[in-house]
Design a protein around this ligand. Structure first.
Ligand code: HGY
Ligand code: MN
Ligand code: MN
Length: 398
């Protein structure tokens, strides 16, 4: 097995390393993500591609003239807090490498072709995953997106304006969407699917229905020393009960996670007045995911009431189940010698686009089976196999 990494990944290996969390923190329009954008522009230019940023902050690198019915391939460069090296960048680097290989073979595309980098795929800064592709397709309204705020209270509109976009022009972009004839996203696999199957590559079959909800537990802020235990309405205790209830509400095939919690005002000697928890819930079918959240809502309210508190559940985003275009999936799998099809629990820009254009995904084996963590991995051999497969797929589409 070869060691090392694809040259493109090697070039960005130190960008956005997070010394306190481990891994990488590359949030949209923060310094590391801006550096990655610059790196992408330079690397795309080196392959002879013409780069433009659309009105939602997504970057497009065109091989030849932009136009309709294009073969578009790409992924994202942002990360979760303390994320891995491959989630996003592997798809971008592989796309550029695949085009360079086709150019070296003297291939002349018969239709337009572009590499795209979607903005804020993880929603780590503004809370809504796949924000760039949701804006492009109109899956989120421009008004709602403009009003989203980051942890410092900076709105998406303000951040967009500070980075060269016109916030009045963010939103559904029918012209950009009409250019996409087919979209292919290569991605590191994020579970154990390919470990279990013992192969380096798969195509995607489906994505779980999923969404994000903020659950606000409210009680009475008070003094940690002066308030007797029996006199408290402590939303931190309500949240603790609520989180256990969330775990208990989820069945084996569901996914329910609280990965983020915020106490207000957040002092060691202060009983909080509010505790916000963020729920990420997923299930195979839309109805199952909705039923899970309804069950969680009821249990959170019960848990809150037991502590004299209240719980309010606010939906922040929703993505229905995605079944990828079966004909395209099968065509890709066959062109790669019959690789397997795998479902995934992770969301992707490909999932957003799948409702609008024929879309497919290629997965590269992750030998740790771990993702959204510094432990995420892909061997050089498997990454090379991914680039070769993507090249083959593009050859068949161009
Ligand atoms: O959250 C997700 O599933 C994705 O990685 N954005
Ligand atoms: Mn991710
Ligand atoms: Mn990703």
């Amino acid at each position: 097995m070869a060691h090392g990494r694809l040259a493109g990944l090697d070039e960005i290996v130190d960008v956005g390393r997070d010394a306190s969390r481990g891994g990488y923190s590359r949030h949209v329009w923060a310094a590391p993500e801006l550096e990655l954008r610059e790196w992408f522009v330079a690397r795309a230019a080196a392959v002879g591609l013409d780069v433009e940023t659309d009105r939602n902050g997504n970057i497009w690198a065109w091989w030849g003239a932009p136009g309709r019915d294009a073969v578009v391939v790409g992924s994202h460069l942002d990360s979760v807090p303390g994320g891995g090296e491959f989630d996003g960048p592997l798809g971008v680097v592989s796309a550029l490498d695949a085009i360079a290989l086709l150019q070296a073979e003297g291939v002349r595309p018969t239709r337009p072709c572009a590499v795209v980098v979607f903005a804020e795929e993880e929603g780590s800064r503004f809370g809504v995953a796949c924000l760039g592709s949701r804006l492009l397709t109109g899956a989120i309204s421009a008004d709602r997106a403009r009003a989203l705020t980051d942890a410092d209270g900076v709105s998406f509109a303000e951040a967009a304006a500070a980075h060269g976009l016109d916030p009045r022009r963010v939103g559904r972009d029918d012209e950009a969407l009409a250019r996409i004839g087919v979209f292919i996203e290569l991605h590191v696999e994020q579970g154990r699917g390919l470990i279990d199957l013992g192969g380096p590559l798969a195509v995607a079959s489906s994505i779980l229905a999923h969404g994000r909800w903020r659950i606000d537990f409210t009680g009475e802020g008070n003094h940690a020393g002066a308030t007797r235990m029996g006199d408290r309405r402590d939303p931190m205790v309500a949240a603790a009960r609520g989180i256990l209830a969330i775990r208990d509400a989820a069945r084996a095939d569901d996914r329910a996670t609280v990965g983020r919690i915020e106490a207000v005002p957040g002092g060691t000697n202060v009983i909080p007045s509010r505790v916000s928890t963020w729920l990420d819930a997923r299930s195979d079918l839309d109805g199952d995911a909705r039923a899970l959240v309804a069950e969680i809502t009821a249990r959170a309210q019960e848990a809150a009431a037991a502590e004299g508190c209240e719980a309010r559940v606010i939906e922040e985003s929703w993505s229905g189940q995605v079944v990828f275009d079966p004909a395209l999936r099968d065509r890709l799998a066959a062109s790669l010698g019959g690789v397997p099809a795998l479902p995934t629990g992770a969301g992707h820009d490909a999932g957003v686009l799948a409702g609008h254009v024929p879309t497919a995904m290629l997965f590269v084996r992750n030998p740790t089976g771990v993702s959204h963590s510094p432990e995420e991995h892909a061997t050089l051999d498997d990454c090379v196999a991914g680039v070769v497969a993507l090249t083959e797929v593009l050859r068949g589409l161009l």
